[in-house]
Design a protein around this ligand. Structure first.
Ligand code: PLP
Length: 417
């Protein structure tokens, strides 16, 4: 299983890799993201094990959780990085990732970002349009260099997932449309400061059915075979990320082996290096969001609310994607209640769960919002004047603060009046 969940009850107390979450909340305050270093490493190793028979290079998709310590944990295991902006490139470099292990994606790269990527010496830029290829060519020319590029194909495969996270459908903005490809390949030889070394796709996120990958990879391989005959030196086929995780135990994710057993036989004969860009599947279940119950209240219909000190500003997934997150009481109770778990932000969409059976915890007690490692902290905001929470990394018996809690001074530091 891909979900190396290391959050378990030790007696009545929920713990991370043996360390009590109660103690962590007392020491570091709430809301608090707690990440298990072992869980990160286990997920990466499990991924590598599944694809061991295929010559490949795994690039962690930094956007899922861009904390420097998280990036560094993967980098130290030999993993590369997939970055999506100048800011993510900066983070990856600061975390100590070697530039030749970084690939640069993004549907709208600014000229400054292209310059930064080329000057940094990243492995390749993944381009999503003809105009962008021209722009990369011009900037490479100005810098007196040749840019290694991959072309992101839009394979026109509509993966069944939340509509906001499907990216391989031709009506979405991503990649070069099939119809446009002949023009692109015909023009490429004239762009003399580009070297086409890869073909790329990314069909979406949280995709349970391997058949979507099979369909898209079939298209990618067709294009690869056609392009090879045109003489382009393709060294990499990039399959993207999107592998699923279990958020709800009633809907367990397809194990990564099911993807590997379909993809390896298809890709191995191509004789090139395959790039994977997993994000969510490496980090989602490595973290929880700890939050304290501030108030409990009931409305006239008998509906119960748990008002907690974290909200959509720390974890927007329920509001944005109707996402399910398990919620556990840090100290377990024998009785349960059905309640809405809601945050303090002035929005009705600021909830973690609705009508959820949950342990009958009292005011002042802690809840753990589970699977909070991916697209959680990175999507955080200061809306409502909220301070970004602290984050800690549990590594064996060691606990390290990997992000300090923000202060009031920090949230206005760039403003003038
Ligand atoms: C977001 C993204 C990923 C990672 O997706 P996950 O679903 O988190 O695995 C990989 N590649 C690209 C280009 C992305 O935009």
């Amino acid at each position: 299983m891909l979900d190396s969940n290391l959050f378990h009850y030790n007696g009545r107390t929920l713990s991370c890799d043996g360390i009590s979450l109660e103690e962590l909340a007392d020491t570091y305050g709430t809301p608090l993201f707690v990440t298990s270093a072992k869980s990160l490493a286990d997920s990466y190793r499990e991924f590598e094990h599944a694809f061991a028979d295929l010559p490949h290079f795994t690039c962690y998709s930094v956007k899922a959780n861009f904390n420097l310590s998280v990036i560094k944990t993967f980098a130290e295991l030999g993993c590369g990085c997939d970055v999506n902006s100048g800011g993510e490139l900066y983070r990856a470099l600061q975390a100590g990732v070697a530039p030749e292990k970084i690939i640069f994606a993004g549907v709208g790269k600014k000229p400054e970002e292209i310059t930064y990527a080329l000057k940094s010496g990243v492995l390749m830029l993944k381009s999503e349009s003809l105009s962008e290829l021209r722009s990369i060519n011009r900037i490479a020319d100005e810098l007196g260099t040749v840019a290694a590029v991959a072309i992101r194909i839009n394979p026109n495969v509509t993966a069944e997932t939340h509509p906001y996270i499907t990216t391989g459908d031709s009506k979405e903005k991503f990649g070069v449309d099939e119809g446009e490809l002949p023009t692109v390949f015909a023009l490429l030889p004239q762009l003399s400061n580009l070297r086409l070394i890869g073909l790329d796709m990314h069909i979406g996120s949280q995709i349970f059915d391997p058949e979507y990958y099979v369909a898209a990879t079939t298209k990618l391989l067709d294009i690869f075979n056609a392009v090879k005959d045109m003489g382009f030196p393709i060294e990499y086929l990039d399959i993207g990320g999107g592998f699923p995780v279990t958020y709800d135990p009633r809907k367990p994710a397809t194990p990564i082996e099911r993807f590997a057993e379909k993809l390896i036989p298809m890709l191995k004969p191509a004789g090139v290096k395959v790039i994977f860009e997993p994000g969510r599947s490496l980090v989602a279940n490595a973290s929880v969001l700890l939050t304290r119950i501030l108030y409990k209240k009931r409305n006239h219909t008998g509906k119960e609310f748990f008002v907690v000190d974290a909200g959509m500003t720390e974890l927007i997934r329920p509001a944005l994607y109707q996402a399910h997150h398990e919620i556990l009481a840090v100290t377990s109770h024998d009785q349960s209640v059905v309640a809405d778990v809601v945050g303090p932000v002035c929005e009705s969409s600021d909830f973690f769960a609705r009508h959820r059976e949950i342990d009958a915890a009292e005011e002042g007690e802690l809840l753990a919002v589970m699977s909070a490692g991916a697209y959680a902290s990175v999507m955080g905001s200061n809306y409502n004047g909220r301070l970004r929470p602290a984050e800690v990394l549990v590594n064996g018996s060691e606990v390290k603060v990997i992000r300090k809690r923000e202060s009031y001074e920090q949230i206005i530091q760039n403003e003038l009046c």
